[in-house]
Design a protein around this ligand. Sequence first.
Ligand SMILES: *[C@@H]1O[C@H](CO)[C@@H](O)[C@H](O)[C@H]1NC(C)=O
Length: 374
Amino acid sequence: MTSYSLVDPPRGDDASREQKKSESSTGSSCRGCLKRWSLITLYVILTLLFLLFVVVPILWKTSYTMQRMFLFLNFVRYPYNVDLAKPSQAGIKGGMNFYIDTEDGARLGTWHILPQHLAEEGDKLSKLEKKDRFDEWVRNGDPVVLYMHGNSGTRAASHRVDLYKVFQKLNFHVVAVDYRTYADSIGEELSENTTVTDGKAVFKYFHQRVQNDRLFVWGHSLGTGVSSHFVSELEEEGILAAGLMLEAPFNNIRDEVREFPLTQMFRFLPYFDYCFLDSLADHGLYFASDKNLLKTTVPILILHAEDDKIIPLKLGKLLHEAVRKRGDKYISDMKTFPAKHHYGHKFICRAPELPELIENFKTASMNNFKNRIS
Ligand SMILES: *[C@@H]1O[C@H](CO)[C@@H](O)[C@H](O)[C@H]1NC(C)=O
């Protein structure tokens, strides 16, 4: 709709301006070229409209490559100036880089960041010593949080690092991972299923070393869809996460694509649902957290800013409504942040009350753990 109103008026103005100019200077001799220019302009506009409202929908409908590019944005690799082998370059103390292998042959770049009380000691170690000591330290009783990031960028992106630091100060071990094909992670076939495979691999790696009741998951944005999916699959296998924190989540990818600002200009098309929404499922893209989490007993904390422009608060609320259907027996909390703080889609990490929210959720989840296994 907007593109019609943006495109049409200038064409009229230009045409009349052109006309006046040509009449005053060269008179009627250039009537022909004026007509030709108007026709060319018309063709250009029609071609653009055709590309935008016919070719783009068909491409989206038929091409998984296009859906994958836009949804995952894995080719956007900011920040470009950080050597991922050195977490210290992102301003992190007590960090170690290593790689986790998945069953299907992917290799995931991972950071393990020590809790604050160990960070200084950790930084004194040589690279070789780190691997052993970090492994030993992760069993020391401090809680662990796995951070599953949203689309684009790497585990070194600054809004992510800011959140790692919040957890580090609360004496959590932080584990930050890049899904296959992001950053320095390698592997075949980026898809919803393979992000789930990656999440499970990382979870299991730490699950072998840490008590369940201390192993938490944090998802942000697209990562909320990934973590809800793999936490649910793990629970089916009898492996429980202690708690799941969802920052700026959506209920399912179909609703998210419908609400996303960039797709608004296509909404008037009678074939919008058919081309843009139905095709997600054709390519195995559901990220149906509203269904996946119903199958779980995991304590859930949803965090959403009112001024989130990428994933509207509405979708976070729909997810909250869905998980509350599990009943009062299970923790399903939601906290919204007023628009006046401008946290938007990425900066809930700046909320001064966040550490307390996390602490309370941690305690409630750990206390709740025994009820879930009995
Ligand atoms: C994803 O995994 C599910 C369950 O394992 C399977 O049924 C489905 O076919 C897979 N989808 C794709 C696109 O591979």
